[in-house]
Design a protein. Structure first.
Lengths: 485, 253
């Protein structure tokens, strides 16, 4: 052959993470470490009301207890050196912080988002996506705000929401993921710095996709954002989230919390394309992505669906879940998780059926390449009152090469005899036959792998909004090309 | 006489680690249809795969010249783009990838290599519709995943359709007749015949003579023990049908 297989693979494997640049920007940051003073400082910098500071302090105390008792979760199928929580910087923000309009955003920052392919300029209306951009810890810009406001939709940074609609925030904050929920949720509740907030009022169908882009820039910092979405009765909203980070040799912690609340007949679609820096081939650097995402289908016939494409992060620990409280409510989880090189992912979902005739669907596609380790962990719980509840789960794993691994940990608890729970799982390897077939038709090896993988993920990708689906497909192709050995 | 499109000189090849081809000589010129027949295990599929460049098949001795160039120096995709097409004995399923999309990607890879503009979805669909008629293919199959859930006959028709769309210079058909009932065989053979032309050479590999009732070869070769034991005209196929392979295998030893 003209080019040996090995050379070809090496060339592809060495393709660089294209979002790995660092933005030189003036920033305001607190000293590293975690104690009450830091939490008070963060809260003061954000001019928060007393109740929120109190809530943060309760969370901090809970976190410090958990830390002292060594309760950092160890059950996930991932391994990493112990994190020193006193060495992390818990707040870093680009200066100046007070932003009245996009004109006041540091142009360097706008350029950063442009390099990421995210136009923040309101002139670029064609995109029809309202964007909230979170840079390190602070939300820097939200587009299309006025247009949304005309329909009564509130879409802004979390900090702004605390000022604009404190009652909504106070009512729902922690109502789905309490500060004491788990180790990382407690940490987030204590130190979260910003995030996105959206409220869609009764009967309103949000006319555009709401989108948040998260970017970790500063060194030595963690990112702890908090997102809260509320769809009031009969409302509909589709929300997209994307993430990138610079390449650094150190590991950076990202511990976010996302809470969704859907009232009667409301529907929330939440889509994530997660492309945090995954670390290099030897496993140096990369983001630790320890995230708690949960949606409560509080109302009757409410619907929440999580769609995620996870290609980044050194370690992913993430279980977007649905609590199906309302009768006839519907939860869905569509996931593609990809691990290459030394990446580890332990991800899945929880579907908690409480109401009658609740339904849930789980479709998980795991792809492991290189020395990547991939676990699906899922819980389907049917409570005693969930008459007629139904779940269908499907977990497929695709292996590229023989140094990676795929694992499945499904947990099923059924306390109501009328429930129907189905679980299907498959594991397959990209076959030499498939690759050869594609190449014999003239497709390059990389295009062939990309095509086969995208085909494998199709059921999930088609759940994504159009432009996100294209981005996700490209991302999967890029992350996986040449991984076949 | 035209220059050879394909020339095999003393080709030895292994499949996995097993030596299968033990000195194959063969010359194919544009416009010619050659049939290679032979008993099971004689090396027919290895020959096809050696031409297409399947990674598990290695040419260990001899040379394969395609258009005067050393074919073994090319990757499978380069061979495909240079006009070598293999109709697979067992077409592969690719879940989640629409047949139409797959074919368009393949054609555009080939066109790009030839310096032709790529076809957009509409242009491709028109082309595909024309070609589908050749093999009486249902348009619904174009929206389905590549070969997934196709019947044996549909898979083989799909192979011939791909051949019609990619317009190769050398088409290698590896037991395209196997597993086909008589109607499917007639359709597949009709498609193959429609693609015969002065610039295109074909190598038709088959175990049975019946395909050759429909696709009439210019030359017939019998492969036995990894070598071409006998070559002749189409009457050789008839003779084999009557006498079986035993007499050739015996004389090849």
């Amino acid at each position: 052959m003209a080019e040996s297989e090995t050379e070809n693979l090496e060339r592809l494997a060495n393709r660089e993470y294209q979002y790995g640049f660092v933005t030189e920007i003036d920033e305001d940051r607190v000293p590293p470490g975690l104690d009450e003073d830091i939490v008070r400082l963060i809260s003061a910098k954000k001019g928060e009301p007393e109740w929120l500071l109190e809530w943060r302090l309760k969370a901090l105390r809970r976190f410090l207890e958990l830390l002292a008792e060594d309760h950092e979760p160890t059950w996930a199928n991932v391994s990493y050196p112990k994190i020193d929580y006193q060495k992390i910087v818990y707040y870093a923000a680009p200066k100046p912080r007070k932003l009245e309009s996009l004109d006041q955003v540091d142009p360097e920052l706008l350029r950063t988002y442009e390099r990421l392919g995210i136009p923040l300029s309101e002139q670029k209306r064609l995109h029809g996506v309202a964007v909230d951009a979170v840079f390190d810890s602070v939300s820097v810009a939200t587009t299309f705000k006025e247009e949304l406001e005309r329909q009564g939709i509130i879409f802004c940074s979390f900090s702004e929401a605390v000022k604009r609609c404190p009652d909504l925030v106070r009512e729902y904050l922690g109502s789905v993921v309490p500060y004491s929920d788990n180790f990382f949720a407690a940490l987030n509740s204590a130190v979260f710095t910003d995030g996105s907030f959206a409220y869609v009022p009764k009967g309103v169908r949000c006319p555009m996709e709401l989108s948040t882009y998260f970017r970790i820039n500063a060194a030595g910092t963690g990112q702890f954002e908090r997102t809260l979405l509320i769809a009031d009765e009969g409302a509909y909203v589709s929300y997209l989230e994307g993430c990138t980070a610079p390449m650094r040799d150190e590991n950076q912690l990202h511990a976010a919390v996302v809470e969704l609340v859907a009232l009667d007949d409301a529907e929330i679609k939440y889509s994530t394309v997660q492309n945090w820096y995954p670390g290099d081939k030897q496993g140096r650097g990369g983001i630790y992505n320890f995230v708690t995402k949960r949606g409560a289908c509080r109302g009757r016939r409410s619907k929440i669906s999580w769609t995620q494409v996870e290609t980044g992060s050194a370690i992913t620990w993430k279980y977007p879940s649905c609590i199906l409280q309302g009768d006839e409510s519907v939860g869905a989880f569509y996931s593609v998780a990809m691990t290459n090189n030394r990446q580890q992912a332990d991800t899945g979902t929880k579907m908690i059926h409480i109401g009658r005739n609740t339904r849930s669907t789980i479709v998980s596609k795991g792809i492991a390449a290189g020395r990547g380790q991939q676990s699906y962990r899922g819980l389907v719980r049917i409570g005693p009152k969930a008459e007629g509840a139904r779940n269908h789960s499907r977990c497929d794993s695709l292996l590229l090469g023989d140094t990676c691994g795929a694992h499945t940990f499904p947990y099923i608890e059924v306390k109501n005899p009328t429930a129907t729970v189905e679980h299907e799982a498959t594991t397959s390897k990209i076959g030499e036959d498939q690759l050869f077939y594609c190449r014999q038709r003239g497709l390059s090896e990389e295009d062939a792998v990309s095509m086969i993988v995208n085909g494998f993920c199709k059921e999930v990708l088609r759940e994504l909004p159009m432009e996100f689906a294209v981005e996700a497909q490209n991302l999967l192709g890029l992350s996986l090309e040449g991984s076949v050995g | 006489m035209a220059d050879a499109l394909l020339e095999l000189r003393d080709v030895h090849a292994t499949a996995g680690d097993a030596p299968i081809l033990r000195g194959v000589d063969l010359v194919i010129r544009p416009g010619e249809v050659h049939a290679v027949m032979g008993p099971n295990g004689s090396g027919k599929s290895t020959l096809a795969n050696a031409l297409a460049g399947r990674p598990s098949v290695r040419v260990t001795r001899g040379e394969i010249l395609y258009d005067g160039r050393d074919l073994t120096a090319l990757s499978p995709e380069e061979r495909a783009r240079e006009g070598i097409f293999l109709a697979f004995q067992y077409p592969v399923e690719i879940p989640g990838v629409a047949n139409l999309y797959f074919l368009k990607a393949a054609l555009n890879a080939v066109r790009k290599h030839r310096g032709q503009p790529e076809l957009d979805a509409m242009e491709f669909l028109q082309l595909a519709r024309r070609k589908m008629k050749l093999v009486e293919m249902d348009e619904k199959l174009m929206q389905r995943s590549v070969n997934e859930g196709f019947s044996g006959g549909e898979k083989k028709r799909n192979e011939v359709l791909q051949m019609a769309i990619l317009e190769p210079r050398l088409a290698v058909l590896d037991e395209t007749d196997s597993g086909l009932d008589i109607d499917a065989l007639r359709i597949v053979a009709g498609g193959v015949n429609a693609l015969r032309g002065p610039q295109r050479a074909m190598l038709v590999i088959t175990h049975y003579q019946r395909l050759l009732d429909y696709v009439e070869p210019d030359f017939v070769h019998v492969l036995a023990g990894g070598r071409i034991a006998r070559s002749g005209g189409k009457e050789l196929a008839r003779e084999l049908e009557e006498k079986g392979y035993g007499w050739i295998e015996a004389s090849a030893r």
